[in-house]
Design a protein around this ligand. Structure first.
Ligand SMILES: Nc1ncnc2c1ncn2[C@@H]1O[C@H](COP(=O)(O)OP(=O)(O)OP(=O)(O)O)[C@@H](O)[C@H]1O
Length: 505
């Protein structure tokens, strides 16, 4: 054991104490320390603050500080000791005059309740303690990553995705900016401190894009939806249809069809049969949705989106927000149904830019909100988890944030966002809020009931490359895949032509 770094003085309780620091270079705010307690043995505490004092007159302090008038005083908050798997706060107070030591890594990990074999997020504060989180809790009880832009949200999300891929957890990533493609390639600048090696996940990543995406050519496959039973709200959002007559005709057509499964084609046939001049506006709008190619008779098998050991990325770059919203809504609804029936493995859906898909009431509206709220509240029963990522915590549905068992918060400074965190994160204190405002890039506060207290983590280096949307080039496509994609596009075009011919002769 290394030498003492200070000594307790004054009034000490079982919960907190002050200590005189021998050498201010040896202790920092946020360090973990240990003190002997006669009844309970070694007990771990956390250095909450350090103040420097000059002209100290207190005899006890001056004696400890060898007569020096300038001293550094640390305030420690007691965490306790682990006994029979549970954290116990000492039953008797600490004794003034008792020496204070820096706690060893193993003891810190034990007291904080860090998982031994879990999801490795980074290192605890300035220590070498690996912060590992329980993968089951992380996946099934949801996680959110909140931070202002540029402070390392998607980098951190990438770290967790790598860890979950290593554990073969099926993942679906909703990627509005195309930031996750680069995970296929190894990171060439790994920081040695973290003990990770460069690795690309080429074999485990599959990229899908809807035909309306300007990047569809670069995807591994096109994402085609079945377009069955689209609701009036979904169609109105997609078409941007404002005309009340056209909306009324749409409701009328859907009413006729409601007893059976219907496609967009069926709706159009139904609208065509209505004797009203207003139908042409509606038919034009529906034709545009059909032309998008997003809906087809040979839809993507959504079961393939959650597969063991694989991450499927839905690349939504350049796709209109209304289409993005609908895709998320329909894909998540289907996956939740499949999961309930046990037709897909338990897994996790990663939602980047979550404020666009689960907006807080009063800020925005999205058709995907309903299903994402449902997954947030019921997903854990069925083994379907959410990773909610946003740079605008104030704009994300508060209920969804508070449903996330693990909250990873990087730097946030906007007062509204800070308030949202205060309201959505249980047990957050004023000191923690101050800490969040000052976090350097790549540092995160992790709050989770699995941990005995919130911890500050230096997020580890990525094994795989962190992507900027435009700089990623896809490796050459193999011929077979290219052919498959081409034939899908030709089919989509044929369908479209067929319809236009029927409609306009
Ligand atoms: N833990 C880390 N280690 C090393 N570099 C990091 C770390 N976290 C973030 N960075 C770097 O900081 C920059 C911003 O990170 P990132 O792209 O994740 O931010 P963001 O919050 O997702 O931003 P945006 O809102 O613009 O998407 C990146 O260049 C990334 O390489």
């Amino acid at each position: 054991m290394k030498g003492a770094i200070g000594k307790i003085y004054g009034e000490a309780s079982p919960f907190e104490f002050n200590f005189v620091i021998f050498n201010q270079k040896q202790v920092k705010r946020g360090d973990y320390i240990k003190v002997w307690n006669d009844v309970d043995g070694w007990v771990v505490a956390y250095v909450e603050s350090i103040v420097a004092k000059s002209n100290v007159r207190d005899k006890e302090i001056r004696e400890i500080a060898n007569g020096s008038k300038e001293v550094f005083i640390g305030k420690a908050v007691v965490l306790g000791k682990r006994e029979d798997g549970r954290l116990k706060v000492p039953r008797s107070p600490f004794v003034p005059g008792e020496s204070v030591f820096l706690a060893e890594d193993k003891l810190i990990a034990e007291v904080l309740g860090l998982s031994v074999d879990g999801v490795y997020v980074g290192l605890l504060g300035d220590t070498g303690v690996k912060v590992k989180l329980d993968p089951n809790s992380l996946v099934q009880k949801h996680v959110c990553i909140l931070a202002k832009t540029g402070s390392g949200k998607s980098y951190t999300a990438g770290v967790i995705i790598e860890e979950l891929l290593e554990k073969n957890v099926p993942l679906l990533i909703i990627d509005p900016h195309g930031e996750y493609h680069s995970m296929r390639y190894p990171n060439e600048s790994v920081d040695g401190d973290f003990g990770v090696k460069p690795k690309g996940y080429e074999d485990q990543i599959r990229i899908l894009a809807p035909p309306i995406s300007p990047f569809a050519e670069r995807a591994d496959e096109l994402l085609i939806l079945d377009g069955v039973n689209l609701s009036a709200e979904e169609l109105i959002e997609l078409t941007g249809l404002k005309n009340p007559t056209a909306q009324a005709l749409l409701y009328q057509a859907l009413k006729e069809l409601k007893d059976e499964d219907y496609t967009i084609r069926d709706i159009m046939d139904e609208v065509e049969s209505i004797k009203h001049n207003g139908k042409w506006t509606l038919l034009g709008a529906l034709a545009k949705v059909e032309e998008s190619g997003l809906f087809g008779e040979k839809p993507t098998d959504l079961r393939k989106l959650l597969q063991r050991g694989k991450a499927t990325i839905i690349d939504l770059r350049g796709v209109e927000p209304t289409y993005q919203d609908l895709i998320v809504s329909r894909v998540c609804t289907k996956l939740f149904e499949l999961r309930k029936k046990g037709e897909v493995e338990p897994g996790m859906i990663v939602i980047e830019e979550a404020h666009n898909f689960i907006p807080e009431r009063g800020f925005d509206k999205a058709v995907s909100t309903g299903i994402l709220r449902t997954i947030a509240s019921e997903g854990r029963k069925f083994g379907l988890g959410l990773m909610v990522i946003s740079q605008r915590p104030a704009r994300v549905d508060k209920n969804v944030i508070s449903q996330c068992n693990t909250q990873i918060i990087l730097r946030v400074t906007n007062p509204n966002d800070i308030n949202a965190i205060k309201n959505g994160v249980e047990g957050i204190t004023a000191e923690m809020v101050e800490e969040i405002k000052r976090l350097p890039p790549g540092h995160a506060m992790i709050v989770s009931p699995e941990l005995e207290r919130p911890v500050i983590v230096r997020v580890r280096s990525r094994r795989s490359k962190h992507g900027e949307a435009v700089s990623v080039t896809k490796p050459k496509e193999d011929k077979k895949k290219k052919k498959q994609k081409k034939s899908k596009k030709v089919e989509a075009k044929k369908e479209k032509k067929g319809f236009l011919r029927r409609l306009f002769g």
